[in-house]
Design a protein around this ligand. Structure first.
Ligand SMILES: Nc1ncnc2c1ncn2[C@@H]1O[C@H](COP(=O)(O)OP(=O)(O)OP(=O)(O)O)[C@@H](O)[C@H]1O
Ligand SMILES: [Mg+2]
Length: 387
């Protein structure tokens, strides 16, 4: 399996881990704490130069208010160094983000730097001991050699220690930055959904092969009957009406079948089906779908239903002025996001649509996330593995 986080890298075979880029990535991750650290030190220096305590308190609060959002953005950005899985663009709850910002500013940056410096400096000092601390005496060369060898042996230990800290640190960051997941709560419904999917396909086939064929035949028969009657007779008028209704029923049935499984999805794939759904939305939707290939059936269908239900919700509840759909393949994971600039406050408990989606997504091993603070914006995002 491909390694995607520093923590996963630790479980590789030792040589493979030590030769990989993960120790370097982890070290870079920890050392980049210099950035928030410098900001804190500069802010603290400026504040302590103020004369009056009340002014210092106000300035301190203002500094925290300015630095917290900046440090959260920085954490989000640098997470990629030790965690390759894409972080959903949907935001987590503001309270969790603020906790991350405060903890990073007050504690994590210096712990990162202490861990990085001690683990690197320990072996380095031992290796360089003959140069740094030259000794005199008969045993001096041997002692220096032992010191250097011990230093070299400690290098892998150091790599494990700082990678472990970087990995744990990144896991906490991801947990605080990720939006609330709907899917995790609902995995027990997976089997039900699979059974439902099988039944849905059976109904779709039956409708197509059975009722639709009968309606076609009925419509043709009524058309022929019309030709046999004098056009102005009352019976002919009734027949015309019956013929029109049969034709209408056929159109509706076709739409129903298409609704059950849109033809365009089967024929031309997710991109086309999403553009088609967006085209029918009463709210303007920007579609930004870039997928290099067709994806497995189950993945395309699930993603399509997420888009369709999200667009229906945008139209019904959001009062948005615009919406946006973005889809990308990140490695083997399909990531789709539906965003709107509406009123927010979406709550899965308020209906059956989103809970149903979470079930569907869980059935294909994916994750569905929702971010919808009061006053918006709302982002529904889904990650589905394609392998
Ligand atoms: N994009 C959105 N913007 C604002 N509120 C939303 C949005 N999407 C959903 N909601 C809110 O969340 C609730 C739950 O949505 P959900 O799709 O689960 O149910 P529903 O749309 O009301 O009914 P249905 O079962 O027909 O889908 C909605 O009732 C609505 O109040
Ligand atoms: Mg809905």
């Amino acid at each position: 399996m491909r390694t995607s986080t520093a923590l996963e890298a630790l479980s590789r075979r030792p040589l493979s881990f030590l030769r990989s880029s993960w120790p370097w990535r982890s070290l870079a991750y920890l050392l980049s704490s210099v950035v928030p650290g410098s900001a804190v030190v500069v802010a603290a220096g400026l504040i302590s130069s103020l004369a009056l305590v009340p002014v210092m308190v106000v300035a301190g609060l203002a500094a925290v208010a300015v630095l917290v959002p900046l440090v959260v953005r920085f954490e989000r950005w640098r997470l990629r160094l030790v965690d390759l899985a894409p972080l959903s663009a949907a935001r987590s709850e503001p309270s969790r983000t603020v906790v991350l910002g405060l903890v990073s500013l007050l504690a994590l940056w210096w712990i990162d730097l202490v861990v990085a410096c001690f683990t690197v400096a320990g072996p380095a000092v031992l290796i360089l001991s003959p140069v740094v601390q030259p000794m005199d005496g008969e045993w001096a060369p041997a002692a220096a050699l032992i010191g250097s060898v011990a230093g070299v042996l400690l290098v892998p230990v150091a790599a494990y220690v700082f990678t472990a800290w970087a990995g744990a640190r990144a896991a906490v960051t991801r947990a605080l930055l990720a939006p609330t997941e709907l899917a995790d709560v609902l995995r027990s419904r997976v089997r039900l959904v699979n059974a439902f999917e099988t039944e849905r396909r059976r109904i779709e086939r039956d409708l197509h092969d059975g009722a639709q064929q009968r309606l076609v035949a009925l419509s043709m028969r009524l058309g022929l009957a019309r030709l046999d009657l004098p056009p102005d007779s009352p019976a002919a008028r009734q027949l015309v009406q019956a013929h029109e209704e049969a034709k209408q029923a056929l159109v509706e049935l076709r739409e129903l079948i298409r609704g059950v499984h849109p033809q365009v999805l089967t024929d031309r794939g997710l991109g086309a089906a999403v553009r088609d759904a967006a085209g029918r939305s009463p709210i303007p939707v920007d579609v930004d779908v870039r997928l290099p290939r067709r994806l497995p059936d189950a993945v395309e269908t699930t993603a399509y239903y997420v888009v369709a239900e999200s667009l229906a919700n945008v139209a019904k509840h959001s009062r948005a002025r615009r919406a946006r759909i973005r889809a990308r393949l990140a490695g083997d994971v399909l990531v789709v996001e539906v965003w709107d600039d509406g009123v927010g406050g979406a709550d899965p408990a308020g209906g059956t649509g989103m809970v149903g989606l979470a079930d569907r997504v869980a059935a294909v091993g994916g994750r569905l996330s929702l971010s919808s603070p009061a006053r918006g914006p709302t982002t529904m995002s889904v990650e589905i593995p394609c392998a």
